[in-house]
Design a binder for this molecule. Structure first.
Ligand code: GLA
Length: 725
């Protein structure tokens, strides 16, 4: 296949970008605009020789504005002389191995202007991912102005195409939307400025043959790897195609590209599966774990985070008690959340102190050293919360550096959380240095810190950088994220082994653009188990369980005030990266025992959950009264099956769930985890063939049968499946 690729590249007509199971074919004839020909399952050499060139749509791989103005452009430039039109034709193609893949570059040139665009396609062979981006270089005599600069455009043949994407809000992140693509425009976008996945997500799936199925059907997956404002736009007009554009959101971000400068757009990761939505998820998860997520190949520790347990009420004795409790339940790490810092302005609530990253000695007389000593005493690791990108008007930092905050010129600051929070201007290299120093100081003084929870609790509300020139105010959003990237690169270069969580008022930073620097993200500030089923379901479309921090918390839940059973909370949290977010001293001995067992059992299934293949089975969004999914180890020797009831009615009728992803030939022995029922399940310890489990499934009792006084309206099951030799 490789020799074919080289010869095609040499003739510079048909360009074939391939992975183990995918082909993307473009026509890149010199002197013409490059055009899409095919994207889908891998084509044989013979099929490539007999491929139909699409005639019914606008297949331009990167449509530029100017000579077909009614069509949606991917690129629009105001040239140095003011000309608004751009024409891009192929100048050449080359292909080379770069890092984990082969990058094919289609070089495009405007015949009249010296500006060039490289369309870049990186095929990451073993995980079936093709990353697409562009590199725009200004060869003109003066600055040019980019007003559109999508990372990529992909035409999708009309038929009965459905889009699956995620929307939400704080405490309700990653809700799944599934909708048919109709005439007109579907736009998913984000204007937050600092974070980008609360209200919507920069990823999408397209089911090509009608409403999506989890485990069958052709599905395209797309994920924009970018931490800032973005837009995904699907334009459906009178042609036979939907046109999918993805990239940085250009509104208020016109980019002025100086002579000789190059602008590189974020990567759009594209994949395709014939195994439905879950098939696309598995591709994203594999690619993500292997090449994107920090430490995607290392098991995550089971932790207790102090936030919902004590909020700002941090003190040394309390931390010691929490550390002792999580250690006694089998946990491996304790994370001290917000509230530990501030000297002149001690952090008592959310209205002060961000930026003053010194220990509040009144709360912690023995400092962080004392806490680390206590963690060691309990045999666990220690982690800490920081929010480096932010300050408050009430802080020593702001008193010293009012010039460091994001603020519109000639206007007062606009504040956020606590009525006083402000965003620091990461466009400013001095701010980048300062943020680096926060982590560097902590890690230099306390090298035993194992984990950092990096929060970001404010959006950019007022457009303005005190660092950028007045001419370049429109660079704020992009420069912020370039600064963020530089900062994170520096931190990772010096502290490659540190575990870092991306938190942003909950799930504001669930995006592949940030995850190369982070080990995981906080899915949501809402820890209610029922609502988490919906949020984690959506999140799992694009992100693997290993990255999804999922904690057992107290009831009534602190956000929705629902009271679920502890068993139910455990069974939901165990489908992600398990942790706890609770005051253990308020738990009964029986509750602690349940958690202790759950932690021990999670340790058994941790590799399956964190490295296994996901198969979603019964969607909570289908409102059938239950939800179910499973993880299967890559060699199919083990699997974990989850089933959670989402409604509770007497004499209800629930579907029997068919499993997926098992080896049909193998016999699987079933063992229930987190058992609370008085009697074992009727099939406990029995074996069934993979084929039977996938074609028929197991009937589960609809309630957990516990002592009368313990009965409640929540029920769930977690089953471990182990193949017999
Ligand atoms: C944000 C986070 C929470 C917690 C608080 C602390 O809201 O999402 O988990 O860390 O900040 O103030």
């Amino acid at each position: 296949m490789c020799s074919l690729m080289l010869c095609l590249v040499a003739s510079a007509k048909q360009v074939v970008i391939e992975t183990a199971h995918l082909s993307l074919v473009l026509d890149a004839t010199e002197g013409k605009a490059p055009a899409y020909v095919y994207f889908g399952s891998k084509l044989s050499a013979n099929e490539l020789n007999h491929i139909q060139i699409p005639v019914e749509g606008r297949m331009d791989a990167y449509p530029a504005y100017g000579l077909n103005c009614p069509a949606e452009p991917a690129l629009a430039i105001r040239h140095a002389d003011g000309n608004l039109s751009t024409v891009l034709t192929v100048k050449g193609v080359n292909s080379a191995v770069e890092g984990n893949g082969t990058v094919t570059r289609i070089h495009l040139l405007d015949p009249v202007y010296q500006t060039t665009v490289d369309l870049c396609y990186k095929s990451v062979n073993d995980v079936d991912m093709i990353e697409v981006w562009t590199e725009i270089s200004n060869g003109e005599k003066n600055t040019i102005h980019l007003t559109r600069f999508a990372s990529a455009m992909l035409p999708i043949r009309r038929g009965d195409v459905w889009a699956s994407h995620l929307y939400g809000s704080w405490a309700n992140e990653a809700r799944l939307v599934e909708e048919p693509l109709n005439q007109g425009i579907l736009e998913v976008r984000n204007n937050d400025g600092t974070r980008n996945s609360h209200t919507d997500h920069a990823e999408m799936m397209f089911s090509l043959d009608g409403k999506a199925q989890e485990n069958s059907g052709d599905v395209i997956g797309a994920a924009l790897c970018y931490s800032g404002n973005y837009q995904l736009r699907i334009v459906t007009d009178d042609t036979e195609y939907h046109y999918f554009f993805a990239g940085i959101r250009e509104a208020n971000s016109e980019y002025h590209l100086r002579k000789g400068e190059k602008f590189v757009t974020p990567h759009l990761a594209l994949t395709f599966s014939k195994e439905g939505l879950s098939g696309v998820s598995r591709n994203f998860h594999k690619w993500g774990r292997k090449y994107m997520l920090a430490h995607g190949d290392k098991e995550r520790k089971i932790l207790l985070n102090s936030w919902e347990g004590v909020y700002f009420d941090i003190n040394q004795q309390g931390m010691d008690q929490m550390m002792g409790d999580i250690a006694s339940m089998g946990g491996e790490l304790f994370v001290m959340d917000d509230g530990w810092f501030g000297d002149k302005y001690p952090r008592k609530d959310d209205s002060s102190s961000l930026g003053d990253w010194v220990v509040d000695r009144n709360k912690l007389p023995e400092g962080i050293e004392g806490l680390i000593r206590d963690a060691k005493k309990h045999g666990i690791k220690f982690g800490i919360w920081i929010e480096p990108e932010m300050t408050n008007t009430v802080s020593e930092l702001y008193e010293k550096h009012p010039d460091w905050v994001v603020k519109a010129p000639n206007r007062d600051v606009v504040t956020g959380r606590g009525g006083t929070q402000l965003v620091l201007d990461l466009a400013n290299p001095a701010v980048q240095d300062y943020c680096f120093k926060i982590v560097d100081d902590l890690m230099t003084k306390y090298p035993d810190i194992d984990y950092i929870k990096w929060d970001a609790n404010m959006d950019i509300r007022n457009h303005g950088s005190q660092y950028l020139s007045m001419d370049n105010q429109s660079h704020l959003y992009i420069a912020y994220h370039q600064g963020f990237a530089k900062l994170c690169d520096r931190i990772r270069a010096k502290y490659p082994d540190l575990t870092i969580q991306a938190c942003a008022s909950g799930g504001g930073r669930a995006n592949w653009g940030v995850l190369p620097w982070f080990d995981e993200f906080w899915v949501s500030d809402n820890t209610d188990a029922l609502q988490r089923i919906y949020m984690q379901w959506g999140t799992s479309y694009f992100f693997p369980a290993i990255a999804m921090a999922s904690h057992i918390s107290a009831t009534p839940n602190h956000t929705v005030f629902r009271t679920t059973s502890l068993k139910y909370r455990i069974d939901v949290a165990m489908s992600g990266r398990l942790g706890m977010e609770i005051q253990p001293k308020n738990m009964t001995e029986a509750e602690k025992t349940l958690c202790r067992n759950a932690i021990a059992e999670y340790k058994q299934i941790r590799p399956i959950v964190q490295f296994g293949d996901i198969y979603r089975l019964l969607s909570p969004y289908d409102r059938k009264g239950a939800a179910s999914m499973m993880y299967v180890a890559e060699n199919k020797s083990k699997a974990v099956f989850y089933w959670w009831k989402t409604e509770s009615f007497q004499n209800e009728h629930l579907p029997r769930v068919k499993m997926a992803g098992l080896n049909s030939e193998k016999m699987y022995r079933i063992h229930e985890l987190n058992r609370v029922d008085l009697k074992p399940l009727s099939f406990e310890g029995q074996s069934f063939s993979g084929a039977y489990l996938m074609n028929h499934g197991l009937d589960l009792p609809y309630r957990n049968e516990v002592e009368y006084s313990q009965k409640n309206d929540w029920s769930s099951r977690v089953l471990l499946l182990e193949a017999e030799n």
